[in-house]
Design a protein around this ligand. Structure first.
Ligand code: NAD
Length: 525
């Protein structure tokens, strides 16, 4: 039975939830229904069917049936859908901002980051997909003898598996380049945020995607997610490193490609010449955006000894001034955590650190007076190796502060983690910032910003080194991952093994001479 008791929050009501349910590529009848809850209040939001292996297969079959005709359309025609999506997501933002907040518990401003990100990525690929996908001339072994071109063909059906923390952006922005490259997509969102993903699917339909091309299967990761990897031609996964390893094993077994956007333990370094005002603002944003439930947020803050005390005073003051609470407008700065599981992890990390000698400079407690899952933005110092949060990702509003005396020490501490997702360096000297960045083992490094500068540079690749992932989203890599390259070489005059009638020995001598000349002529190398 479907439970129709739905929490009335923002513009999200029972009618909207029922309408979105109709967009699921899984039958509701006869399926177990999985409930989801509103983090702000703990009320029931709605429920979605637990998709089975068979449901996933059917959704992929439907997507595959629609994909051929879609791939035959020109890139320009496909890009038009992205342009319409760009317009729609901006004009319909009120409804989706409410829904993202209701499902994830985040503050309005952080929900808006998702809308803006969807628009930026849609615009980027709408205007640049054709240049990334165009056939390219490639050099043959001997110029003039072989005419070689590289073509890009869509993989077919791409599976996207997305988490709950940025439920709109992570459902949409990896899907858009897959679609414009000529693929179909089947998305398996986290069960906590199915309705945001369904809303995005509706909007893509309205923007002009053909029926069946974009499927959404709801359900459990281990069941529907694993089944999806078993059916698709490529998988784009965003989530924890532990699950990423399972996804990679399964993709490897099937010999399909995958990109893995995983966890982090990101560091910010404040050099002695940092602009303290800007750095303090940046640290607050970097540590507490989305209540710290952001893969690229900062959990370790290294501050030069000469500015440590001045920075700490400002940082603590600004952190304590953050407005925490549930609100469907821009009147709060930080929202709720998403689930009891996240709250338990945050509480456990802080409890363990304090028991082992860490000092709480701000926050350090949950706020049941605001809602069941609120936790105060928390600054810790005296954090040492051996405490759980020293090395493990907390994925919550908690940062540890440490002093350093030399750049080498800061870089060494920054790199002392199995993760390598994002880092941030603050200095008035941009060249110095770039030099420090070059020594950091992280896929993105922001100089004088926490995370948004690199993330929003959608022309540049974004992703993790080490245990933070494989492959890249955004830019050329972000779209070419969804294609297979094909090299077509047209041979002229005679074959590379020699013209007819010329002996093997003579041809070998001739070719050796030619190769020596080619090595010397810059245009022929
Ligand atoms: P998770 O790995 O538990 O779940 C992510 C998704 O994978 C969900 O949709 C889930 O249903 C699905 N899933 C779970 N088990 C699966 C399986 N065996 N096979 C296939 N799919 C499966 O991640 P989470 O804890 O919900 O998300 C938080 C993590 O995601 C954090 O570690 C965070 O750093 C990371 N993250 C990374 C990025 C990035 O871009 N690098 C972005 C957001 C979140």
């Amino acid at each position: 039975m479907t439970d129709t008791r739905v929490a009335r929050t923002g513009a999200v009501n029972a009618r909207l939830i029922e309408r979105l349910k109709a967009r699921i590529s899984v039958p509701v009848e006869g399926r177990e229904m999985l409930p989801s809850f509103v983090p702000f209040t703990g009320e029931l939001l709605g429920d979605a069917p637990r998709g089975t292996r068979e449901d996933v297969r059917e959704a992929v079959d439907r997507a595959r049936a629609a994909q051929g005709a879609w791939a035959r359309r020109s890139v320009g025609e496909r890009a038009r859908v992205l342009r319409r999506f760009h317009a729609l997501v901006l004009s319909r933002q009120d409804e989706i901002l409410d829904l993202v907040q209701v499902e994830s518990g985040k503050a309005r401003g952080h929900a808006f980051e998702e809308v803006a990100d969807c628009a930026i990525v849609a615009r980027y690929y709408a205007h640049h997909a054709a240049e990334h996908l165009r056939p390219r001339r490639r050099r043959g072994a001997l110029p003039g003898l072989t005419s070689t071109r590289e073509y890009r063909h869509p993989k077919g059906v791409v599976g996207i598996i997305s988490p709950w923390n940025y439920p709109l952006t992570l459902a949409v922005t990896d899907s858009l380049p897959a679609l414009v490259a000529g693929n179909a997509v089947v998305l398996k969102p986290d069960r906590q945020t199915s309705f945001t993903a369904l809303w995005a699917a509706e909007l893509l339909d309205e923007a002009g995607l053909p029926r069946g091309l974009f499927g959404v299967v709801t359900g459990e990761g281990r069941e529907a997610g694993a089944a999806l990897i078993g059916e698709v031609d490529y998988v784009s996964f965003t989530g924890s490193t532990a699950t990423g390893r399972t996804v990679a094993r399964q993709a490897g077994e099937r010999l399909i490609g995958c990109s893995l956007e995983l966890g982090g333990k990101n560091a910010m370094i404040l050099l002695e010449d940092a602009d303290l005002e800007r750095a303090t603002e940046g640290a607050v944003r970097g540590c507490f955006s989305n209540a710290g439930q952001l893969c690229i947020s900062i959990e370790r803050l290294f501050v030069h000894d000469s500015i440590f005390d001045r920075f700490v005073q400002r940082f603590v003051e600004k952190t304590r001034a953050l407005r925490l609470g549930p609100a469907f407008d821009y009147s709060t700065d930080v929202g709720s955590l998403v689930s009891r599981k996240q709250l338990d992890t945050v509480e456990e990390h802080v409890r363990d650190a304090v028991a082992e000698g860490a000092t709480v400079l701000a926050g350090g407690r949950s706020r049941p007076d605001l809602g069941p899952l609120f936790y105060e933005p928390t600054i810790l110092t005296d954090v040492r190796a051996g405490m759980t949060l020293f090395a493990d990702e907390t994925f919550g509003p908690v940062v540890s502060l440490q002093r350093f005396r030399s750049v080498d020490e800061a870089v060494e501490k920054t790199n002392d983690t199995p993760y390598g997702l994002n880092a941030s360096v603050w200095t008035r000297d941009a060249r110095r910032g770039r030099e420090v960045a070059a020594q950091i083992h992280a896929g993105t490094v922001n100089v004088n910003d926490a995370y948004a500068a690199a993330w929003a540079s959608t022309d540049a690749p974004m992703g993790g080194m080490k245990d933070s992932g494989l492959g890249r989203r955004h830019g050329e890599e972000g779209i070419l991952r969804y294609t297979d390259s094909q090299t077509v070489a047209v041979q002229r005059l005679f074959s590379l093994s020699g013209p007819p009638g010329v002996s093997g020995e003579r041809y070998a001598r001739f070719l050796s001479g030619v190769l020596k000349v080619f090595e010397k002529v810059p245009g022929l190398r």
